[in-house]
Design a protein around this ligand. Structure first.
Ligand code: ATP
Ligand code: MG
Length: 409
């Protein structure tokens, strides 16, 4: 049997990027031989094994044929006669379809090296269209390598457009889609992911609520960039620049969905968009079975981001309601993420990227003030049950009034 390094490890070494996980392909071997060498099978009917020591993935060279809708609809043929070239041709991009032996000899039948130099993400063969997940993968690679100057080859974008129009994207499972979406959001240029999906028509299928924001104007006084879609992309970009976690990035992407529902005659104003957007945010969350922490933050940021921006003008009672809604007493981290998302929203405006955001510290101070109310003295005064709750709220309100006064002097 012959063993080659394939995929990302080869690509990233040639790009001079750090290689994190290594995928291997094994030519000329049978399942029985792999098991005899101590490799552990990953799944039934799937010729992929884990190395007994390193835990890295070793796949038998295989060919694939599409046999139905979605990812389940694939038949694999792995046998010792399948060649390296035959295995490489089923891969998505030319830059991902190179192999290397232990002497670093490159096998590159589909000109991945040439495309690396040309900074092009190009599909290997028309079989690209057999797995709709590749649309998301290409958009993710575009986000990852945008800083190096990579773009999607026009003919690949065309295939992605055909896939998006074919209805195949709907056959993706929420789990597979979310895995790509969440990884793409964590790249350095996550806005490129959204741009590429939009350019090939996939955004309209996957997240029509986000797609609808493009072409929707906002008031130029607050939003010099005007377009809501452009604003959303900038907010996402700011979140990446500021190394925000996935929860914040997800909330940034969805925070203004309500603006897509504003009747044209109300443009460029968006009355109550925070509230109107909630059902859309919920729908996107559910579509991709998004993890709970991301779901929650997106909804809270959607509902309260304008409160965040107006923090210094809020009445103490409104400030208290905000803090109660976030349960800052038990969930301080979530409130920090809310503040971060608000700040990214403010910075995601043309020309205002480096403007101070004093609201952040003001909100932190308010949370500290409300949290400083001690329960023990109220218990000692004899408050119990609902009355205790009311007494705590009264004290917190007092604390916030005092805080607002000192903060404004
Ligand atoms: P990463 O750095 O994100 O791990 P990678 O290129 O190694 O990038 P993997 O998901 O680890 O990506 O897959 C390894 C290789 O398997 C890819 O380089 C590609 O050749 C192939 N591959 C993975 N998923 C697909 C797919 N859906 N369609 C075609 N080829 C794929
Ligand atoms: Mg990999």
């Amino acid at each position: 049997m012959r063993i080659y390094k394939v995929g990302g490890a080869v690509r990233d070494r040639l790009l001079g990027k750090p290689v994190t996980d290594i995928d291997w392909v094994v030519v000329g071997a049978t399942t029985e031989e792999m098991l005899a060498k101590g490799f552990r099978p990953v799944g039934a009917d799937f010729p992929v094994f884990l190395h007994p020591k390193s835990g890295e993935e070793y796949a038998l060279a295989r060919t694939e044929r599409k046999s139905g809708r979605g990812y389940g609809g694939f038949t694999f043929h792995a046998n010792p006669e399948v060649t390296l070239e035959e295995d490489l041709i089923r891969r998505d991009l030319t830059i991902n379809a190179m192999a290397e032996d232990d002497q670093q000899n490159l096998t590159d039948p589909y000109h991945g090296q040439r495309d690396l130099e040309a900074r092009l993400l190009r599909h290997v063969s028309p079989a690209f269209a057999e797995d709709p997940l590749r649309v998301l993968r290409v958009a993710r690679f575009a986000a990852r390598y945008a800083a190096l100057g990579f773009t999607v080859a026009p003919e690949t974008l065309e295939l992605m457009r055909q896939l998006s129009e074919s209805g195949e994207l709907e056959a993706l499972t929420p789990e597979r889609s979310w895995k790509e979406i969440s990884r793409a959001l964590m790249e350095d240029q996550p806005q490129v992911f959204v741009e590429v999906l939009r350019a090939c028509g996939a955004l309209k299928v996957l997240m029509p609520e986000v797609d609808a924001l493009f072409g929707v104007p906002q008031p130029p006084a607050h939003h010099p960039e005007i377009d809501t879609g452009a604003h959303t992309l900038s907010v996402l970009q700011q979140a990446a620049t500021h190394k925000q976690p996935l929860t914040v990035r997800w909330a940034c992407l969805l925070h203004d969905l309500g603006k897509g529902l504003t009747p044209e005659e109300e443009w460029p104003r968006h009355i109550a968009h925070e509230f109107k957007g909630l059902k859309l945010i919920k729908a996107v969350n559910e579509r991709f079975k998004v993890p709970r922490d991301c779901q929650e933050l997106a909804l809270l940021v959607g509902e309260y981001h304008t409160h965040g921006h107006r923090a210094l003008e809020l009445k103490p009672s409104t400030l208290l309601e905000l803090l109660q809604s976030f349960d800052v007493y038990r969930r301080p981290q979530r409130f920090e993420e809310f503040i971060a998302a608000c700040e990214m929203d403010a910075r995601g405006r043309k020309g205002l990227e480096s403007k101070n955001y004093p609201q952040a510290d003001y909100l932190r101070g308010a949370a500290t003030a409300a949290r400083s109310v001690a329960v023990q003295p109220l218990l000692e005064k004899g408050f119990k049950g609902p009355e205790l709750g009311e007494a705590i709220k009264r004290e917190r309100l007092k604390a916030l009034k005092a805080y607002k006064e000192t903060a404004s002097t």
